[in-house]
Design a protein. Structure first.
Length: 247
């Protein structure tokens, strides 16, 4: 059986929001939900991704296009992409998928991570995420409030920007991105703690990266997190992967 990934772009009023109990980086990879329609079932995840046999994926898209508008839900084909790493030519079959659907060859981005077999594609996506996170860090001094800067850095402008990528990408492919991120994170922490002054060495950086309950600042190192985040995610989702991707 041939499996394909489709990242679905959805828009319109009436599409129910999915509540979350905690930030996504504290959860295992999303469990699939089952959508039934006229005795037809397809697995789809909360992030708008369909992973099934190519015929079932095509039928799922047809269901969304035909019955979605009546529920206030439209398929945004401009934001829909199909990625078929083991394509045998069926992806190009006329009439199977909309003619203007995206067909990236190297991979797709998914919630900050990647679905790809291409090393350069994975490295490029990871580096772009790291650079954007660094750009946000550089804006922190404009607040002129160390407490607010530290709070933002710890809660949403630090490693939280990279966590999904750390969980879904092999560490060897994102090494350069994590090194860049840690270098800039250390600089941002140094500016907050000593305002560019002396006495912020490796020891102070290590203490800063400890959890708050361990007398640190809770500013986690991306290099260190990469060493366990990917393995933890694979272990937590192994049963799910075996179920979805079984032959």
């Amino acid at each position: 059986m041939t499996w394909v990934w489709v990242r679905v772009g959805l828009s319109g009023l009436g599409f129910p929001a999915i509540p979350t109990q905690q930030p996504p980086y504290k959860e295992p990879l999303s469990m699939p939900e089952r959508m039934s329609n006229d005795n037809y079932e397809v697995y789809f995840s909360q992030c708008g991704t369909i992973v099934r046999d190519f015929r079932e994926v095509a039928k799922a898209l047809d269901i969304i296009r035909e019955k979605g508008p009546g529920l206030g839900l439209d398929l945004n084909i401009c934001k829909t992409e199909i990625f078929w790493p083991s394509c045998d030519g069926n992806k190009l079959r006329e009439g199977l998928f909309p003619s203007d659907i995206g067909r990236p060859m190297l991979g797709v981005k998914l919630l900050g991570g990647t679905v790809s077999r291409d090393k350069c594609f994975i490295e490029g996506v990871a580096m772009k995420k790291a650079v954007r996170a660094v750009e946000l860090m550089h804006l922190l001094p404009r607040l002129r409030d160390p407490h607010s800067e530290l709070l933002l850095l710890r809660s949403c402008m630090g490693i939280a920007k990279l966590f999904f990528g750390l969980r879904t990408c092999q560490p060897v492919y994102i090494e350069d991105a994590t090194i860049l991120f840690d270098k800039e994170l250390r600089g941002a922490v140094e500016d907050i703690v000593v305002d560019g002054g002396p006495f912020f060495e490796d020891l102070q950086w290590r203490i800063s990266s400890l959890p708050i309950k361990g007398e640190g600042l809770g500013l986690y190192s991306a290099v260190e997190a990469a060493s366990y985040a990917f393995l933890a995610s694979r272990a937590q989702s192994w049963v799910l992967q075996d179920h979805i991707l079984r032959d």
